[in-house]
Design a protein. Sequence first.
Length: 500
Amino acid sequence: MNLVLRDYQEECNELIDNLEPGSYLIQMATGLGKTATFTSIKRKGRVLVLAHREELVTQPIKYYDCPVGIEMANRKSNGEPVVIASVQSIIHRLENFKTDDFDLIITDEAHHAAAKSYRKIYEYFKPRLHLGFTATPNRGDNVRLDDIYQDIIFERDIKWAIQNKYLTDIYCLRVNIGYDISKVARRMGDFAPGELEEVMNQDVLNNAIAEAYKKYAKGQTLIFACSVDHAEAIAEKIPGAVAVTSKTKNRDELIKKFTNREIPVLVNCMIFTEGTDMPLVETVMIARPTSNSSLYTQMVGRGLRLYPGKEKLTLIDLVGTTGRANLCTAPTLIGVDLNAVPANKQDEIQGDLFELPDLIVKKSDCPASWIRNIEIVNLWAKEQEYNTHGVNYFKMPNGDMVVSIPKKRIRIPAQDELGKTTIGGQKVNMQRALDKVFKYLQDEYPQYEYIWNVDQMRKWGKVPASEKQVSMIKRFMKDFDTENLNKMQATQILNRLFYR
């Protein structure tokens, strides 16, 4: 295949060609062609590409201009210049390779690189370069890759892609169809497929999906379902809709009819997550709940292609009760966290994609969120193994950490995938930033430690809120119920009211 790279792809590969030996991360939004980019890297020796799903193993083959070996299931390589391997297979075949067999290792969907299976592979091989490609802007909230990659060398996110007219704009809708997957088990970081299908594939929910399509969808629509049976059940509810599953033999013909507007809706189960050329998708409906940000971005990515006359993509997140599990929805695309938004306000988070961050900040700036934020910060710090030194941070939806004291706010910008942030004009790791802010508060504002130190607040904060606190809160929020507030909760609320 003769590839003509876009300017940014050439820029990325030129940068890679001049890298010092090491391990680096490249972030490129879904739809910007990361596969075309990494298969065009100038080879200076043998190349190993690591992937975790079958379609990601086979998809890059057509892009290479040399023999490609495969390590997956029954297939084995035989000294080819490029080897593409399933992580699950090659981890059991490392003895078939020498540690210096590969000059370059490429990890596709590199946000998985922190897993033990990947680490075992990295520890075995000794390449000149290890490059990780990812489309997922997780802002480091779920997993840090700082002990895998030393630097992020190239970033082109979805905002850049839309602003530069490589991808279409997105209008985001949330439609609560009333499902409850709070008791569905989780496996491999996502909802267990069998249990998810059992809960989701119900007549009342499928009717709600059809109603949401009728009311909100615009133009040619692609719906993602949980299973083959679920896809077929949804298709039966929508006039003209066709289910496309692993059983479907004439997929190319159906896609052609869809593009010619002869079929208005395609309902699929894990068929169109990636690699399928379907530029005319004007609406994407997510009827397959997921907490896997990679899978979510791949599903939405099917509708991001530009097409004549297509103004923007309508993205419909079909939501319900999820319990403690995080559900990926539109804000996931831009690395924004909905956890700070009270559950009863989350359905209000809709509009143009780049309007969502301000809307989320507005909806999360409320007493319920202020009180709960200590819990959010503690959970984040525990997951990341950070020491916040007891500083009373407020974690903003975009990942920024803010501490408020009278007449001053101190902000630590959100960390990136490598756990780095910028403070005082310098790029440092997040723990270093937390240490610096703590020392600054100790040195400059010891008189306000009762506000910025959570441990001190806890000592005196368990008793009921004082009459003065209640009176001050009522002055700003007349209808707010203060009956069960303790002093610490009241202080959190007053901090935000006075020191925003």
